[in-house]
Design a protein around this ligand. Structure first.
Ligand SMILES: N[C@@H](CCC(=O)N[C@@H](CS)C(=O)NCC(=O)O)C(=O)O
Length: 246
């Protein structure tokens, strides 16, 4: 019997990248082992526990544990799974270089810009509006710059790397689809809007975003869920948390 994989996650965009990937691989017929899902309570600070830090010294979800190896960073996990279970999600020949730069682009650019815009928009209630104005403008402009790039690509093909849905789409989509929460206006970008719907229509994506989401709230959160996310985000974004003071 294959040793189960452990998937350490939470209901957030970076966690959903991996849950979508696992569901897409199942859909593609990959012979996955059993997956043990461990939910990390980010509000309680479980990401800072000794047990979790031993899995990921960077103290962030997601983490995949496979055969005694801990893989952290969502982009690395997507690549690891794609290489271990070959499928059209990532070509394994030379043409993988059409895909991998867009995965790195997401983790190095789109994720941080959207995440920072979200933090200043929703999670810094106790910071003066005047102090937030500059970072808000900066991350908003950067998010729009990235959306223009994405829109241009998606004007030429249905997916980021062409005709085929790949791990580049899996990496970018969970952040972009959360645009109402981050208040990043994607409606200016028609091809991005159409891609958000196109990806959402995939059955594996439907299952992937259900991980950790309250039933019936995969697309629209209740007020109680929004309040819980706001509490969690506020705790994670706090300077005291980042400075290790709590
Ligand atoms: N670059 C990392 C980012 C991971 C990340 O920021 N995860 C967030 C949840 S979306 C987290 O664990 N935050 C906990 C914290 O900030 O304390 C990746 O792509 O895996």
């Amino acid at each position: 019997m294959a040793i189960p994989m452990e998937f350490w996650t939470a209901a957030t965009p970076n966690g959903w990248k991996v849950s979508i990937m696992l569901e897409e691989l199942k859909q593609a017929g990959a012979d996955l082992p059993a997956i043990e899902v461990h939910t990390v309570d980010l509000l309680a600070g479980e990401q800072f526990s000794d047990r979790f830090t031993a899995l990921n010294p960077n103290q962030r979800i997601p983490v995949l544990v496979d055969q005694g190896r801990n893989i952290f960073e969502s982009g690395a996990i997507l690549q690891y799974l794609a290489e271990k279970f070959p499928s059209p999600l990532l070509p394994l020949d030379e043409s993988r270089w059409d895909v991998l730069p867009w995965v790195y682009w997401q983790v190095a650019n789109l994720g941080p810009a959207f995440g920072n815009k979200l933090s200043y928009t929703r999670y810094m209630e106790d910071v003066d509006a005047e102090l937030k104005a500059h970072p808000l403008e900066r991350f908003s402009n950067e998010a729009q710059r990235l959306l223009r790039i994405l829109n241009q690509r998606l004007g030429n093909a249905p997916f980021i790397c062409g005709e085929q849905f790949t791990i580049a789409d899996i990496a970018a989509w969970p952040w972009v689809r959360g645009w109402k929460w981050s208040k990043i206006n994607i409606t200016l970008h028609d091809s991005v809007m159409a891609w958000v719907d196109r990806v959402r229509a995939r059955p594996a994506v439907e299952r992937g975003i259900a991980y950790g989401a309250p039933p019936g709230e995969t697309d629209q959160w209740s007020e109680a869920t929004k309040a819980r996310y706001a509490r969690t985000g506020t705790s994670m974004a706090s300077n005291d948390t980042i400075a290790g003071k709590r």
